[in-house]
Structure formats: structure tokens, C-alpha cells
Design a protein around this ligand. Structure first.
Ligand SMILES: [Zn+2]
Ligand SMILES: [Zn+2]
Length: 306
């Protein structure tokens, strides 16, 4: 079968890699963004279903008195961000994505100042009280001894009606979602296909012996060839939602769902075999332990409680 028929992976790739500057230029007008926001609000209010709005209804919503001018700008959006149906106008999927990004404040020149405060969490390295600082779209969690122990960008809308604890929860939730999504092969940035390597190439070497991994935690490495996203994470984040892990902690009255980036301190990891590659994660709770063995694809091949 030829690779260039419509919708084939190759043709999708070609079109996505094409020049998108024009599409961004179209949005460079306040009234056009207002139209997209108006249609987006209607769609969200209807459980994401595109419900058409008529010309006059949109014009009133965006408070445009000049019908000709409004018609011109609506026309400019057609085909890219807005589609015309028999019953009126709806957003294209791209238009809906833009309306969501605007809501998150991702594109805005938002100056909300700095929000900071002491967090309930202690530094995983030294136990000192941690401080959270959110500024310019970036959350940093800071230890007085160790400096920044965690950092993640979160859109400015996160700061609406939230204090530093709420912002931290949202940022950490976002990181965990990103890791689990990448683990499932979906790029959290561009939705391209992510490759996972266990252990991370830097640690892999030729003659990795089990003793080497006694001190350093085993890392998983993620890479998206499409958008070049590359990051590493401690391996246990890859299995934190595995039923065996969830059940083990649950039996010890620990709910793993809200557990976040800097909190899991009772886990160790080690490479236990090279051929085939096997990594063992050991989780501890009270006097019990759970061993989870993974292969080089990050797939759980064995679990054992003792
Ligand atoms: Zn510290
Ligand atoms: Zn990507």
C-alpha cells in the first residue's frame, strides 16, 4: 500500500511539519480570538460537543457593532479555526485547542506577581521545611540547604483561587500525568510517539554490574523524536499506578493516588541482571516489602511480597 494516501502516518507527518506560521498569523487579532473564545465557551458548556452558533449570536457575544468588520474577521477564521455548518458556526478541533490554551493563560502576558509560602512537605534529602515559589508561570520548590528540588511550568490560570499548596498540587499532578503518559508512549508535549529506555543510556554502559546500582537510583529515559522532548525519571514513577504497587500501599493504609514527585522515600532500585536486563524496585511499608521486577521496556515481569 502506498504511503501517501490521505491520513496515512506519512502524510500526517508531512502536513504537521508544514509551515504553520500562517495559522498563527490568523489569530493575531483581538476580535478573532474573542470569536474563538466565544465558540469554545459554548462547546465546553455542552460537554465538549460543538453546538453551532449563528452569525448574529456570535457578533453580539463579542460586542462587535460593525457587522461588516465582524464578517471579515469571522471569514478569516474559516477553514482553520472555525467551520460553517447549515446551522451556524462551530470551532474546528484546532480552534478548540486554541480556546483552551487561551483559558489556561498560556499565551497571555499575565503578570500575577509572585506567590510563595511554606509547604507541608519536607526535603527528601535533609528533612528541612520546603518553600514553594510560583512566578512567571514556573513553580519552584526550594530547600534552604539543597536549593531547587522540584521545578515545573504550570499555566498562569493555575494561580486563580489557589494558594501555594494548591499550585504545588496541580504542578505535581501535571508531572505525574506527563510521566505516565510518556510511559504509555504518548508524548505529553506534542502527542507524538515516545521511546522509553530502561535504564537511562547514561547509566547503561557496557559492563553494568548489579553493584553499580546500589547507590544511584535506576532511571528511565524518555525521548520524543518528533518534538525532541527528553527527560529522565526515577524508575518507580513508571509503576506507581501498577495494581500490585497500589494494592501493597493500600494494605498499609497509604493511598498512592495523591503521592507526588518528592514524596516516595521508601523505595530502592537495582539492576539484578544484564542478560536479559532486569531491574528490581523494592517498596517498603511498615515491616513489609514488595519487589517489582521490570524488563528493559519498563514492563513488570514479576512481583513478590515478603
Ligand atoms: Zn534539603
Ligand atoms: Zn513530543
Amino acid at each position: 500500500m502506498s504511503g501517501d494516501r490521505n491520513g496515512s502516518p506519512d502524510s500526517v507527518k508531512q502536513r504537521l511539519n508544514g509551515n504553520q506560521t500562517d495559522a498563527f498569523d490568523i489569530l493575531g487579532h483581538e476580535l478573532r480570538l474573542s470569536i474563538v473564545e466565544t465558540l469554545g465557551a459554548r462547546q465546553r458548556a455542552n460537554a465538549w460537543k460543538p453546538v453551532p452558533m449563528e452569525f448574529e449570536e456570535i457578533r453580539r457575544a463579542v460586542e462587535s457593532d460593525d457587522s461588516g468588520r465582524f464578517n471579515y474577521h469571522l471569514g478569516e477564521l474559516l477553514g482553520t479555526y472555525v467551520e460553517q455548518t447549515d446551522d451556524g458556526y462551530v470551532l474546528s478541533p484546532a480552534g478548540f485547542e486554541v480556546s483552551s490554551a487561551v483559558l489556561r493563560g498560556s499565551y497571555a502576558d499575565v503578570s500575577i506577581g509572585s506567590i510563595e509560602g511554606q509547604l507541608d512537605d519536607d526535603c527528601p534529602n535533609c528533612g528541612a521545611d520546603l518553600t514553594g515559589v510560583y512566578e512567571g508561570g514556573l513553580l519552584r520548590i526550594i530547600c534552604p540547604e539543597h536549593g531547587v528540588v522540584f521545578g515545573n511550568t504550570v499555566p498562569p490560570a493555575v494561580a486563580v483561587d489557589r494558594d501555594i499548596d494548591g499550585i504545588t498540587t496541580a504542578a505535581e499532578r501535571d508531572v505525574r500525568r506527563a510521566v505516565e503518559q510518556a510511559r504509555d508512549g504518548i508524548c505529553p508535549e506534542c502527542f507524538g510517539t515516545v521511546d522509553m529506555t530502561v535504564p537511562a543510556a547514561g547509566a547503561r554502559g557496557d559492563e553494568f554490574t548489579p553493584e553499580d546500582s546500589d547507590d544511584e537510583p535506576v532511571l528511565a529515559e524518555f525521548e520524543c523524536p518528533r518534538c525532541r522532548l527528553a527527560f529522565e525519571t526515577e524508575l518507580h514513577w513508571v509503576v506507581l499506578d501498577h495494581p500490585a504497587v497500589v494494592a501493597f500501599y493500600y494494605d498499609h493504609d497509604i493511598d498512592t493516588r495523591p503521592r507526588h514527585h518528592i514524596e516516595v522515600d521508601s523505595v530502592s532500585s537495582a539492576i539484578v541482571s544484564n542478560e536479559p536486563l532486569r531491574v528490581r524496585l523494592t517498596f517498603q511499608a511498615d515491616d513489609d516489602q514488595l519487589d517489582v521486577t521490570l524488563d528493559d521496556q519498563g514492563t513488570v515481569v514479576e512481583t513478590e511480597r515478603s
